[in-house]
Write a new protein. Sequence first.
Length: 279
Amino acid sequence: METIYNYFENIPREHRSAIIVGGITFFWILEGFFPLFKFNYKKWKHAFPNLFFTLTTVVINLGLAFLLLKTADWVKVNDFGIINWLPEMPLWLYMILGVLFLDFFGAYLAHFVEHKVKPLWMVHLVHHSDHKVDTTTANRHHPIESVIRFSFTLLGVFVVGTPIAIVMLYQSMSLIFTQFTHANLKMSPKVDKFLSYFIVSPDMHKVHHHNMLPFTDSNYGNIFSIWDRIFGTYMELDREKIVYGVDTFPDEATNSSLKELLKQPFQGYRKPTGVEDFN
């Protein structure tokens, strides 16, 4: 475990880049062989705006990374934060708790707030407006959202008290998991269900991408499913009933245009068309 800790404490930038590119490539190929839905689309054309937003997310996070480093160094020197106030524990448990709590602040809480605060929802809408969810959808985040999510991660590093090794481990895991859960990948329902007791599974996250409430406002987690289960936001929906997109912005052509997506946060808020009940 110490070897893993030391690796992520000094992880080379090219290794972090390899995780992003390698992850997208791996799941891109895998979903081609085992697709959940057989989309009738031009994959590269669909991927263009998504990969553009992936690039802007990377650039923004690299540009702000010094804040994470300074905060992580400060909490370490000052022995500050939740995991540093707990009784002494083995390194493996220290790392697991650090990633677990960062997943709450950097993913679950950020995601929940984006759905509940209207101006932030209009920013996050760019992510939800994809009508063909696949692995490239994972980081389809407007640049404003990239800053918002970074801010929540920074808050998490401060409150949780995670050193830079755990921050890098969390971010690496977060990348892989978001590519995995967005991938248009068909898994055995039983396997998917079993995984969902511990981590966010593909089917679990696909429910979140259904186009209508209450399913859109569920399953906010990224790595661990425990937060949705604790806070009562976990929901299930038969995969065959899932319709991607957002009911209030249904124009797929508009939602596939990079120019229109960049303007999306500045459009007027629209009330949901209704609430679906499949019971």
